[in-house]
Design a protein around this ligand. Structure first.
Ligand SMILES: Nc1nc2c(ncn2[C@@H]2O[C@H](COP(=O)(O)OP(=O)(O)OP(=O)(O)O)[C@@H](O)[C@H]2O)c(=O)[nH]1
Ligand SMILES: [Zn+2]
Length: 350
């Protein structure tokens, strides 16, 4: 990743202001040695629901400590909590720190919010849920998910649903050169392979409305519906917030993070070099390119050194073509309005 890239991963570098008034002058900030680590499960109107020690049975509601200012705290973040961490009704702990993130999934700015934001932190993988039919698969959406995953340091996993309606062969051909793990599911079969791939890991699930994401999540997390209601505090109604929601897998063996509100990804901050780094066989050659090479080859970047890698037989041409298709999807237009409609006007969970 480029110089800019890694720095961007962490939006939480709080500027420490000297304490005013009654705060101790000897320290800029209290050290909170007694703080307890917790994972953020969901966020709703200034309240963060956290799992103490990552234990889904020990839920605590917290607010952001004043000293944190407006430091972003997102689902999947590991935070330090102080104050009342009993988790009893009407108690509130305070978040005093956010641990450095190992991965980030960003969404773009939208009409109501002009800033690009991180929606999920620390997910190990991004499960891109796409139906093989009804609705028709869109490679443009998959490609943009892949770019977001590679650049944000999540491993992508393509999950093709509704295999009872169409054959995955054609779609798989488009991704054959990416070394992309794929699972194929259908509602009348147990998603055993998917379950195996998400066990022990934190997996963010993304997909257009109607692709069968909730059907899957309900199979993987048997009490997903109950948790959805409980966490958002709307009783048996659906989770109304636009934030992601972390659901524990049975036995505490991993997490599914459902991302209901993500319409499109923030790719604007990603440089071509960020993406090339996710393709190790091309990373070295990219350093021989001109500083602002977009690595797209002819005609845009005719002197791109990535072509040498293929010419020398180090990597197959299909691999470079796949990388270049992703580079174009990064550089290309944002999702069109009709595409956005398909991705999720719905604000509920899945
Ligand atoms: N034929 C077929 N239909 C499926 C399959 N999985 C889900 N469906 C149907 O597809 C529709 C959408 O499924 P959901 O699980 O609600 O999809 P979702 O992606 O969560 O969509 P939203 O709830 O709109 O976000 C439902 O009518 C399901 O019954 C499948 O494997 N095969
Ligand atoms: Zn190049």
């Amino acid at each position: 990743m480029s110089r800019r890239g890694w720095r961007n991963l962490d939006e939480s570098d709080v500027r420490v202001r000297p304490g005013k008034g009654t705060r101790p002058r000897s320290k800029l900030r209290p050290s909170h040695d007694d703080a307890e680590a917790a994972m953020v499960l969901t966020v709703d109107r200034g309240r963060w629901t956290c799992a103490l020690g990552g234990d889904p049975e020990r839920e605590v509601t917290a607010m952001r400590a004043r000293e944190m200012g407006r430091t972003p705290v997102v689902v999947g973040d590991w935070v330090d909590l102080v104050g009342d961490t009993s988790g009893k009704t009407d108690t509130l702990a305070r978040i005093v720190r956010v641990t450095e993130r190992k991965s980030v999934l960003r969404r773009t700015a939208d009409d109501t919010d002009p800033f690009e934001r991180i929606v999920v932190a620390n997910a190990d993988q991004l499960v891109i849920v796409t139906a093989l039919a009804d609705p028709e698969p869109r490679t443009g959406f998959i490609d943009r998910c892949l770019v977001a995953a590679y650049a944000g340091h999540l491993e992508p996993l393509l999950c093709l649903t509704k295999a009872d309606l169409a054959d995955p062969k054609e779609l798989l051909a488009a991704y054959a050169d990416l070394d992309l793990p794929v699972v194929v599911t259908r509602h009348d079969e147990d998603p055993a392979e998917l379950r195996e791939r998400i066990t022990g890991r934190v997996s963010a699930f993304i997909g257009h409305s109607g692709v069968g994401k909730s059907t899957l999540v309900n199979k993987l997390v048997p009490d997903a519906n109950r948790r959805t209601g409980a966490v958002s505090g709307v009783g048996k109604g659906r989770h109304v917030s636009t934030t992601a929601l972390a659901l524990p897998l049975p036995g505490g063996d991993g997490w599914v993070i459902d991302t209901p509100g993500v319409r499109s990804f923030g790719l604007a901050h990603i440089t071509p070099d960020d993406l090339v780094l996710a393709f190790p066989e091309f990373a070295e050659a990219a350093e021989e390119c001109q500083v602002n090479c977009g690595h797209r080859g002819d005609p845009e970047d005719p002197d791109c050194a990535l072509d040498h890698v293929v010419a020398e037989g180090v990597a197959p041409s299909g691999r470079l073509e796949s990388l270049r298709r992703l580079l174009r999807s990064r550089a290309g237009v944002e999702d069109t309005p009709s595409d956005q409609d398909g991705t999720g006007r719905r604000q509920g969970p899945s």
